[in-house]
Design a protein around this ligand. Structure first.
Ligand code: AMP
Length: 223
């Protein structure tokens, strides 16, 4: 099973993806995290991607698809995986179908009104060591400025400033939103109301996947 988390920046894909990974045992693969790690490590890909990411634009399909191809070859992806932030263009969706087309797929579209996105993104903080995500209003850390999991310092992502947030939402409408129709036509798109608390949204996703996979939530967990 492949689960694709789809939605605009700030819709909660990362947070929900983490909860789903715990529940299913499938790894969450976030292309944003893979790219941020490459930037931190100053790899050739990281150096190419850094400026583009800072401006809120999309990194090239070749680079991102290459990262996903490598990651999907890891043994922990054999039973299934959760994609967060990929695909973002039709070319990426086609590349994914080419890479691993036989696998059953469900696309979960987290739908959130535009005004909520800006609030959520401006309150977001991430751990600079382990990339765990917090939100000052919705999910604050226990100790101000410190990660609950590894005590690393929390920082604001360089692309979570108001101008870059606006650009990322614009890019979403221009290049990514059309994927919804693409997946609707294929019959794999399922809309989830992305309003409310983290737990409320997660329960909607759990209900949807329980119906979709035809199993009780508990049984998704792999040994
Ligand atoms: P995210 O963490 O998903 O919000 O991604 C952060 C940034 O990484 C995006 O604004 C893009 O610059 C880049 N990025 C992440 N995933 C992709 C993708 N699938 N295609 C192109 N660029 C991406």
């Amino acid at each position: 099973m492949r689960i694709v988390l789809f939605g605009p920046p700030g819709s909660g894909k990362g947070t929900q993806g983490e909860l789903m990974a715990k529940r299913t045992g499938f790894p969450r693969i976030s292309t944003g995290d893979l790219l941020r790690t490459a930037v931190q490590k100053r790899t050739p890909i990281g150096r190419q991607a850094e400026a583009v990411m800072k401006e809120g634009r999309l990194v090239s399909d070749e680079i991102v698809t290459g990262l996903v191809r490598e990651r999907l070859a890891d043994p922990d992806c054999r039973g299934g995986y959760i994609l967060d932030g990929f695909p973002r263009t039709i070319a990426q969706a086609e590349a994914l179908a080419f890479l691993d087309g036989e696998r059953p797929e469900v696309v979960i579209g987290i739908e959130v009104p535009a005004e909520v996105l800006i609030d959520r993104l401006s309150g977001r903080r991430i751990c600079s060591s382990c990339q765990a995500v917090y939100n000052l209003a919705l999910q604050p850390p226990r100790l101000e400025g410190r990660c609950d999991l590894c005590q690393g310092p929390l920082v604001q992502r360089p692309d979570d400033t108001p101008e870059v947030i606006r650009e990322r939402i614009r890019v979403y409408h221009e290049q990514t939103e059309r994927l919804k129709d693409h997946y609707l036509r294929r019959g794999s798109y399922r809309a989830v109301d992305g309003g409310g608390t983290i737990e409320e949204i997660f329960q909607r996703i759990v209900r949807l996947l329980d119906g979709e996979i035809g199993m009780s939530g508990r049984k998704w967990v792999r040994a």
